[in-house]
Design a protein around this ligand. Structure first.
Ligand SMILES: [Cu+2]
Length: 66
């Protein structure tokens, strides 16, 4: 299990947080995601996470991993 922190750009409210959370947890291997609006960060726990898959899931939801 790996823990990683992603910088997320474009979140402005609680709805954004839940969109990003849903996007991240929909990715294969992701066990949990904690999105912090203030910090613009998401901390995920995942089993061999695929960074590109995480980025595209977040992009598809309308945000960016930076
Ligand atoms: Cu929002």
């Amino acid at each position: 299990m790996e823990k990683m922190t992603l910088k997320i750009q474009g979140m402005t409210c609680k709805n954004c947080v839940s969109h990003v959370n849903d996007a991240l947890t929909s990715v294969d291997g992701v066990v949990s995601a904690k999105v912090n609006l203030k910090k613009g960060e998401a901390v995920i726990k995942a089993e061999s996470p695929n960074i590109d898959a995480l980025k595209s899931a977040v992009a598809a939801a309308g945000y960016q991993v930076i």
